[in-house]
Design a binder for this molecule. Structure first.
Ligand code: 13P
Ligand code: SF4
Length: 303
């Protein structure tokens, strides 16, 4: 903190000058999450908040697809992503051309895409979803089957929660795919009475070995409500750091898988970005108009 304090002070001062708001994903480091963020949350909360802010400038302390979603919902505002290399293995796993081919193969089948996709992919989509509302979005369509893209494991998880037939793609999150069911069983043996909660981007054997499955915000709410004596959050490890500060009575057991993309955002590049008002997220208007519809349809479904 002593080293972070001058940067935090400078960012919070400049934020007021710029009438800027900093949205931070739950995976950001504690100095960003607790030090400079105005709004923190999962992808769904960040999309909702981006839709309702009256700031002139939005700084996305998250990854590129999250900044694009904020820009889609705020075409007139300046949306900044402090590092253009903050990508996502899921977003990189599928292109607009892939979706066009799938639509030819499955004519008339609605396309649901995870928000972890590019605007170009969203533009080919009927409706978006996040890990927090995926089942609800799929069921809102009132159909027997959907294309659910690109996360294979989230698709498999959704298929266990609904009667709607789910056609999946082969995208994976490079952070969550590394966890294994064996690893979780080993933690159960080593730590008596441990509660294990997992993100649905994990492989099926991990989810089967867990006590609860939910989005990052749902995982945080679960720990806040249930106050387990010991918990293992099977997800990006900064999240445990962020939550642990407010829950001294809970012991957090942490295998550490970091998202290299989220970690490209730092206090230093947030300050640089607010100073220069760069790098800005811009989306081709022809793509943006169609992609926005898919995100707005998701927001209309509710949580
Ligand atoms: P949430 O929507 O659950 O926050 O997940 C986003 C993400 O990128 C998880 O890896
Ligand atoms: Fe993408 Fe996985 Fe990083 Fe989330 S944790 S941003 S899904 S690579």
């Amino acid at each position: 903190w002593p080293f972070h304090a001058p940067l935090i002070h400078a960012i919070n001062t400049l934020k007021r000058v710029r009438n800027a708001v900093i949205l931070a994903h739950n995976y950001q480091t504690p100095e960003i999450f607790h030090g400079v963020a105005d709004i923190v949350g999962d992808s769904l909360a960040l999309a909702r908040q981006a839709a309702s802010t009256d700031a002139d400038v939005i700084v996305m302390a998250g990854v590129h697809f999250m900044a694009e979603t904020a820009k889609l919902l705020n075409p007139e505002k300046v949306v900044l992503i402090p590092s253009l290399s903050a990508g996502c293995s899921l977003a990189d796993s599928i292109t607009g051309a892939d979706i066009r081919l799938l639509k030819q193969k499955y004519p008339g089948v609605p396309v649901v895409t995870y928000v972890n996709t590019s605007a170009e992919v969203k533009a080919e989509t009927d409706i978006c979803c996040t890990s927090g509302n995926a089942v609800q979005v799929v069921e809102s369509l009132g159909v027997d089957r959907v294309l659910f893209l690109p996360d294979e494991y989230l698709a498999k998880y959704v298929a266990t929660q609904t009667k709607v037939e789910i056609i999946a793609w082969k995208g994976h999150c490079e952070v969550h795919e590394r966890f294994t069911g064996d690893q979780l069983r080993e933690y159960r043996t080593r730590f008596d009475g441990i509660t294990i909660i997992a993100h649905p981007e994990c492989p099926p054997d991990v989810l089967e070995a867990s006590d609860f499955v939910g989005s990052t915000a749902q995982m945080i709410d679960y720990v806040g409500d249930k106050r387990p004596a010991r918990v293992l959050m099977v997800t990006e490890c900064s999240m445990s750091d962020n939550v642990a500060t407010g829950l001294p009575d809970v012991e957090f057991i942490r295998p550490c898988n970091l998202c290299p993309h989220m970690k490209r955002i730092s206090l230093a590049n947030i300050l640089e970005s607010l100073t220069t008002l760069e790098p800005r997220v811009e989306i081709d208007p022809a793509i943006a108009d169609r992609a926005r519809l898919a995100v707005e349809r998701m927001i209309a479904v509710g949580r």
